[in-house]
Design a protein around this ligand. Structure first.
Ligand SMILES: Nc1nc2c(ncn2[C@@H]2O[C@H](COP(=O)(O)OP(=O)(O)OP(=O)(O)O)[C@@H](O)[C@H]2O)c(=O)[nH]1
Ligand SMILES: [Mg+2]
Length: 453
């Protein structure tokens, strides 16, 4: 039994259509109090999941909107409970009035993610699928959305649950032998599970290895633009952002602080950081900016080294080159190709050198190609890429526990001592799917949802 919750599912901006959702025991009766079907039928009589036209009314019987209603009976609804959805005209005023009418009729405001939480608690989906709902709503690229859609379809569950079952088999066999010594159960031999555990460990390691790509898919590539003053770093950031995000002047030392902007190149999103030009400066503020640039380089996945191709390389350029090359990935940009050229790509010690003009926009597409070569799709975004930090942490925990099991198998430890690690791996994997449920974890997950989902 659960109380009736209601929320606007489509947000509070004016739109053609706005949806109010209602779920819980008695949801249909609550909806009946505010809705009059045009065909005169009661909501209890209309066919399951069929759109029916009618009028949404307030507590005084005044019409709020002409709307469509659908009734989905539990357990085959999203939440697993009786659910009613009103498709109204998407005016925030209409939606607020409709919601208020439902509150008057006995519903209460749904909390963040409460519909999906009920779906999980009613067994409509596992916890990894529920988390995929948030990822799908938040997805900013087609790849991120496709991966989240795959996980909503159970991609993580299908990989984790068989391993959980393997571990359950081991534990249950051990306990069966221990608890029922008189039964004819095959003796428990730890070593017989070695190949299963090895295969489980390999599968977990494979999944974990996708997490770095998952982070990029979800949050973008942490990138930093480095170069000496006046190379055109800020101009490049502006060109990629598509608007004047940072100040550009002909004065060397214009940028002092670091400035972050999310940009999308092809299908790759970059969390791009513009930095102060690298040089020794007597100016205290500028020097602090240079230090920030150096710190940013330490944390970045990608460095874009920018130089002025109309001038010879200087000692300051060399310093920025060394800094850029300390990052896992680096690309050199020969900027200002609209001016007479002094430098050529072979002057730069980088595998990838791109010629462009941040000022005219010429050559920007070659930078996009280089980024796509480095970070573009190298594996299918079908749900097999791990993007969730909580899930990655649990997989790491389970993998370590299984590796410990394999190591202690050979040391002659007693099975019960070895199996402590198997139990711990089971617990970690169970937390991913929600089979092992800790209330604080579940609550934290659903707090991240928007109201109405
Ligand atoms: N001709 C030409 N000028 C450019 C180009 N890119 C930048 N500039 C000019 O170079 C000067 C410096 O540009 P910025 O983008 O401020 O350079 P920066 O590297 O951010 O410089 P600091 O912030 O001082 O480190 C400005 O006058 C820009 O207009 C380009 O592609 N072609
Ligand atoms: Mg600048």
């Amino acid at each position: 039994m659960s109380d009736v919750i209601a929320a606007v599912a489509t947000g509070w901006k004016a739109a053609a259509i706005g949806i109010i959702r209602l779920s819980g025991t008695g949801a249909i009766a609550v909806a009946q109090k505010v809705f009059l079907c045009q065909n005169g039928r009661a909501l209890t009589e209309i066919p399951d999941r069929k759109l029916v036209l009618g009028y949404l009314k307030d507590a005084l019987g005044r019409v709020i909107d002409q709307a469509l209603v659908t009734v989905s009976h539990g357990p085959s609804s999203y939440t697993g409970e009786d659910t009613v959805e009103f498709q109204c005209h998407g005016s925030p005023a209409v939606l607020a009035a409709g919601l208020e009418a439902l509150f008057q009729a006995g519903a209460r405001q749904a909390g963040p993610g409460e519909f999906t939480k009920r779906a999980f608690l009613n067994g409509q989906m596992d916890l990894s699928q529920a988390e995929a709902v948030v990822d799908l709503i938040d997805a900013e690229t087609a790849d991120a959305a496709a991966n989240a859609a795959g996980q909503l379809g159970g991609a993580i569950f299908r990989r984790i649950d068989p391993i959980y079952q393997d571990l359950t088999d081991i534990m249950s066999h051990f306990h069966a032998v221990l608890d029922y010594p008189d039964e004819e159960i095959a003796p428990f031999e730890l070593s017989q599970f070695r190949s299963t555990l090895l295969s489980d460990a390999r599968q977990l390691a494979d999944l974990l290895s996708t997490y770095r790509r998952g982070q990029i898919l979800k949050s973008g590539v942490k990138s930093v633009i480095l170069g000496r003053p006046n190379a055109g770093k800020s101009s490049l950031l502006n060109a990629l952002a598509g608007y004047d995000r940072v100040i550009v002047t002909a004065t060397a030392g214009t940028t002092r602080d670091t400035v972050e902007e999310m940009v999308k190149l092809g299908e790759t999103r970059l969390r791009l950081l513009d930095t102060a030009g690298i040089r020794d400066s007597g100016d205290e503020i500028e020097q602090m900016g240079v230090q920030r640039a150096k710190n940013a380089a330490k944390e970045a996945e990608l460095a874009i080294f920018v130089c002025d191709s109309s001038q010879a390389l200087t000692q300051e350029d060399q310093e920025a080159i060394a800094l850029a090359q300390s990052c896992p990935h680096s690309i050199a940009v020969l900027n200002k190709m609209d001016l007479p050229q002094v430098l050529t790509p072979s002057d730069l010690p980088f595998d990838m050198v791109v010629c462009l003009s941040a000022k005219t926009g010429q050559g920007l597409e070659t930078l996009e190609q280089a980024i796509t070569t480095l970070f573009g799709q190298d594996s299918a975004c079908d749900g097999s890429i791990l993007t969730n930090t909580r899930q990655a942490g649990a997989i790491y925990h389970a993998l370590t526990a299984i590796e410990n099991t394999l190591a202690s198998m050979d040391t002659g430890m007693t099975p019960d001592a070895v199996l402590v690690d198997v139990e711990s791996a089971m617990e970690a994997l169970g937390e991913i799917t929600g089979k092992v449920m800790r209330e604080e974890i579940t609550n934290r997950i659903f707090e991240r949802f928007c109201v109405g989902k």
